[in-house]
Design a protein around this ligand. Sequence first.
Ligand code: ZN
Length: 138
Amino acid sequence: MTGEISAELRRLISERAHFCCEYCLLPQDFAVHRHEPDHIVPVQHGGASESDNLALACFRCNRYKGPNVGSYDPLTGILTPFFNPRTQRWQDHFQFVEVAIEGLTPEGRVTVKILRFNDDDRTVERRLLLRAGVFPTI
Ligand SMILES: [Zn+2]
């Protein structure tokens, strides 16, 4: 169950995100698969298919996030919700360390961990985009 998302709402979500994944910042133009609307609060947890509960996510971030809403902070062990692109600023929760993305806060750390931001294939991809001068976009 994913909820109905109109073509107009999909366009709004993509434009609002400047066509980049709102979690890992991968630009749509350089992704193999089309970015997708992600339910920040998943449908099965009562999340609505409305603008303020949707974020643009790349295929990998969306698949790894799945129906999860958070995880245990690897630093403290405290149950923590994921980074919320609608209510939080990326720069407040993450930073680049070369091509790796480091979580600066509990929300950042659980998002990095569960969405697997730093898997080898993803850091290799970021390095190529960085060399091409098209990443990061913020
Ligand atoms: Zn992503």
